[in-house]
Design a protein around this ligand. Structure first.
Ligand code: SAH
Length: 480
């Protein structure tokens, strides 16, 4: 499989600086699935072409996947189109071999990275599910001139018709990193396949390489669906991060409220949270997973809090929060105290650093268990506020909710609900790993057998400058 990148920028050999590959050298890189060779078929001041040749070791791949050659020899595993077409293997190769160019870095020529240059990319064989129409729909809105030539299925047998394979040339005057990002995402989208298991980490890659251009792309939904292999849980999250949420969070939140309503649990939770944060002396506060802004409303009433940030992954919830807080009608001074951010707690976010306190109320149970460790680092290692007030349902209490069928969680989107022991052991893991002391508090009416409906942990950073903040009192909260 061959991909070539040509420029007529003058001097064209500057392409070597952009790709971090010397035009006079042939270089070979070993990847898990074969080898990649980079070389320049032509390199002069008027025109320079870099070629990336992918050699996939299909036999090695099958052996590695199965640990050994299997007895029941499956021909399709050895004889398939993968070595000959541009696919997710190509995206991995681009990310590996042209990593600096992809992320727009150049040690020697930083100004060049920012310069739009005439570029032409040829892909010898690109599988396009959806045909030329879909190919054009992907690249033309991004400003590319597209030339596509369809291959017949087999030249010897014209009756067999046309294949889904195309030779494609894409032309555009732009920064090289922009071009590579489009290729990185869109090649596997056109192929509609991935050679590896797709999970949450794939959202991160999609956002890293697609954030600048996917939000406005008319085919955003098809791109996200194909890129994430139609896994609804993942596509919903990605679309929401890109600002296109179709999830009706409000309806689901209402269901949970109805279940817990009889005991006014939400109100108790929010009052206690505000009280604990206030007692810590915090001035700058984060409400992470703020939802529709109920805690934000309580926090705004307290003059002690000079800066309040609400963050949520859902645009829809943030819009509701803005409306419920009458943000547009707030006096200028109040407006300056409040900031609403869209973002995910599973990705490191510099905007969250340097705060005194963070509330994470009824949020962690919405995170996939596999993303919990990412969340832990984002909050306790990178944002690392002085105190964290975190609540989550106590699953043991569910037996006391008459209108909740046995074995069901309180909310359709909950990925887990913990017992008291599970929550405490998670809290003590946080404490050990990130250097936070913690106290544990029941919230809501406490039953002697099953405990309280909500459980709260208050984490206080053990080391570093506490800026005069006090650790909140460790007294138990129990309502009745
Ligand atoms: N804290 C609010 C809302 C709780 S509902 C309250 O107590 O009323 C859970 C909220 O977490 C939802 O608004 C959901 O959009 C948000 N959420 C889920 N996953 C998230 C993530 N990865 N990053 C940020 N917010 C998230």
């Amino acid at each position: 499989m061959l991909l070539t990148i040509t420029t007529t920028y003058s001097p064209a050999t500057d392409l070597g600086f952009l790709l971090h590959k010397h035009p006079e050298r042939l270089q070979t890189f070993d990847l898990a699935f074969g080898q990649v060779h980079v070389f320049y078929p032509e390199a002069n001041t008027e025109k320079c072409t870099a070629a990336l040749l992918l050699e996939i070791d299909s036999v090695g791949l099958v052996r590695r996947y199965h640990g050994q050659v299997r007895d029941n020899f499956a021909l399709a595993e050895y004889v398939n189109d993968r070595p000959y077409v541009a696919s997710s293997f190509m995206s991995v190769a681009i990310a590996k071999v042209f990593s600096s160019a992809l992320s727009g870095k150049s040690k020697d020529r930083p100004e060049l990275v920012e310069t739009p240059i005439p570029l032409s990319v040829k892909l010898s064989t690109l599988p396009c599910r959806g045909g030329e129409i879909f190919l054009r729909r992907l690249f033309e809105p991004l400003g590319y001139t597209v030339h596509a030539e369809r291959h017949v299925l087999d030249g010897r047998f014209p009756d067999w018709g046309e294949s889904r394979y195309f030779s494609v040339t894409l032309d555009k005057i732009c920064r090289l990193s922009e071009f590579l990002k489009h290729l990185y995402v869109l090649i596997p989208v056109l192929d509609d396949e991935k050679h590896y298991w797709v999970d949450e980490a794939e959202i991160e890659k999609l956002l890293k390489h697609g954030n600048d251009w996917l939000s406005d792309h008319p085919e955003q939904e098809s791109i996200v669906n194909r890129y994430l292999k139609y896994q609804r849980r993942l596509t919903r999250q990605a679309l929401s991060l890109l600002g296109e949420t179709e999830v009706d969070d409000a309806v689901q939140a209402q269901e949970e409220e109805q279940i817990e309503d009889r005991i006014g649990l939400n109100e108790i939770r929010l009052t206690k949270t505000t009280e604990v944060i206030k007692q810590s002396g915090a001035k700058r506060v984060l409400d992470l997973g703020c939802g529709e802004g109920k805690l934000l409303r309580n926090l705004l009433k307290e003059k002690q809090f000079e800066e309040i940030v609400g963050m949520d992954v859902s645009h829809q919830s943030l819009k509701i929060a803005q409306k419920r807080l009458h943000y547009d009608r707030l006096p200028e001074k109040q407006k300056q105290r409040l900031n609403l951010l869209q973002g995910s707690l599973c990705y490191r976010d510099k905007r969250l650093e340097g705060y005194d306190a963070a509330a994470v109320i009824e949020v962690i149970e919405h995170l996939d268990a596999s993303r919990l460790s990412a969340f832990e680092r984002v909050l306790f290692e990178f944002a690392c506020p002085q105190i964290v007030v975190l609540t989550t349902p106590n699953v043991e209490y569910n037996v006391k909710f008459e209108n909740l069928p046995a074995g069901r969680f309180r909310h359709r989107d909950h990925r887990f609900e913990w017992t008291r022991t599970e929550f405490q052991s998670w809290a003590s893991h946080i404490s050990k790993r990130f250097g936070y002391a913690f106290t544990f508090h029941p919230i809501g009416p406490t039953d002697e057998n099953v405990g309280s409906p909500t459980q709260m942990a208050v984490f206080s950073r053990e080391s570093g400058d506490k800026s005069g903040l006090e650790i909140p009192p460790t007294r138990e909260f129990s309502e009745s």
